[in-house]
Ligand binder design. Structure first.
Ligand code: AMP
Ligand code: GLY
Length: 430
């Protein structure tokens, strides 16, 4: 079978790497892919970005399974479009992807279906938003509605920060009129305390099969300081997700979400990612939904997956009458996998591109360097965006996996490279 992975980041490299291990697969095409997916024999990059052209190509090539990585194409309706062409594609429809693409939609959805989440209000009027923040005080969380690659959220510890965030997301005066017509909205919500975990499942509309748990590090700097990023590193499993927390996440968040979507006439298929805040007594609240896998969480998670990913996604894309998803028994490596992101100079504000990369290790069973923003021309590998590589290692515990990943990083060079030095710190000793 030929498989197509849509996207070009670290998550897509990991997906392609894992799918290519299936005995059912001849070739995995990655569109557009990156410098890492351009390397391997059974994985090939495909330089088609236009969705309609990509669909026509997939039909012509008789692609057996399409897997979509990022939220952009999902929110643009790639699943609806490819299904209409008769292609087998795993992902949520455009309507289902609203769970991620609109914070206002997802917050209102959670409220309608009693799914635990932070109290919130949505505003399109800047004056009212400012007044609300003044009334509520800090800490408070300001979120731009719409896709923002994990960067549209400000956790404001001072009123100045909160007002500045509103000014940025709902600009005042003349510009605000234009933006208001564009439908700019902010969601302002209660600040939640606790520890975060990423909880991802495979959905076929009725059933949800949980993947291994994970935790990422969204802040740029050590000690979880600095601005929010797309994610600076991740590990799996997440010790904070104890069995009781896991059960609550399924019972209180995931299953009510599938049922709620169904009730509203939208069958949820695809990966579903709930960003959870876990309180000190094991209470679970939903910070956000993503309609895709997490990046970089996918890299460590897939390093631990022993079951054939094609079998899982094949079962998840069977027509509902013959669904076999509940018969899949996912097997996980008992070890811990930990991935550290190497980011470019200037990330996240203004990543510099074109820095030459050297010192990559050969592939190993217990260590993989997943590429994200890299570009290969001949023998030369260079940076092409913000998050460049995710160095991922498997070992008996978090500390050893961390050591192994950082040992590999020591040899990797590119100008301006930045990474956190404490990925996994919350899990050490747990
Ligand atoms: P989101 O994109 O909504 O997940 O927000 C990005 C990050 O902001 C989260 O991973 C949290 O670290 C933080 N965050 C979002 N909402 C809240 C909240 N209500 N309370 C505390 N932190 C939050
Ligand atoms: N790592 C967080 C995300 O993928 O949204």
């Amino acid at each position: 079978m030929k498989v197509l992975v849509v996207g070009g980041g670290g998550r897509e490299h990991a997906l392609a790497w894992k799918l290519a291990q299936s005995p059912r697969v001849d070739t995995v095409f990655v569109a557009p892919g990156n410098g890492g997916t351009a390397l391997t024999g059974r994985i090939q990059n495909l330089d088609i970005v236009d969705q309609t052209q990509l669909g026509a190509w997939a039909v012509q090539e008789k692609i057996g399974l399409v897997v979509v990585g990022p939220e952009g194409p999902l929110a643009a309706g790639i699943v609806d479009e490819f299904r209409a062409l008769g292609l087998r594609i795993f992902g949520p429809t455009r309507a289902a992807a609203q769970l991620e693409s609109s914070k206002a939609f997802s917050k209102a959805f959670m409220q309608r279906h009693g799914i635990p989440t932070a109290a919130h209000e949505t505003f399109s009027d800047a004056v009212a938003a400012h007044a609300y923040v003044t009334e509520k005080g800090v800490p408070i969380v300001i979120k731009a509605d719409g896709l923002a690659a994990g960067k549209g959220v400000v956790v404001a510890m001072t009123l100045d920060e909160a007002h500045a965030a509103i000014d940025l997301m709902l600009p005042p005066k003349a510009e605000s009129n234009r933006r208001a017509q564009d439908g700019a909205r902010v969601v302002i919500e209660e600040y939640l305390e606790g520890e975060e975990a990423s909880f991802m499942v495979v959905c076929n509309g009725q059933d949800a099969l949980p993947l291994a748990t994970s935790q990422d590090h969204k802040r740029l700097l050590d000690g979880d300081l600095g601005p929010n990023t797309g994610g600076m590193g991740a590990y799996s499993p997440a010790p904070v997700v104890k069995p009781a927390v896991h059960a609550r996440a399924m019972r209180e968040v995931i299953l009510p979400t599938l049922r709620g979507m169904e009730k509203e006439g939208v069958v949820y298929t695809g990966f579903l990612y709930a960003g959870l805040m876990i309180g000190s007594k094991g209470q679970v609240k939903t910070l956000e939904f993503n309609c895709r896998l997490g990046d970089p969480e996918t890299q460590p998670i897939l390093m631990r997956l022993k079951t054939d990913l094609v079998d899982i996604l094949w079962a998840a894309t069977e027509p509902s009458a013959s669904s076999r998803l509940d018969q899949i028994d996912m097997q996980w490596d008992r070890r811990t996998a930990l991935g550290v992101v190497l980011a470019a100079h200037g990330y996240p504000q203004q990543p510099r591109t074109g820095d030459l990369i050297s010192g990559l290790p050969p592939e190993a069973l217990d260590a993989m360097v997943f590429h994200a923003a890299t570009k290969r021309s001949g023998e030369v590998l260079a940076t092409s965006g913000g998050r460049v590589l995710c160095v991922t290692a498997l070992a008996d515990n978090v500390r050893k996996a961390q050591q192994r990943a950082y040992d590999i990083i020591k040899a990797i060079r590119f100008d301006g490279a930045q990474c956190r030095s404490d990925i996994g710190h919350r899990a050490i000793g747990k």
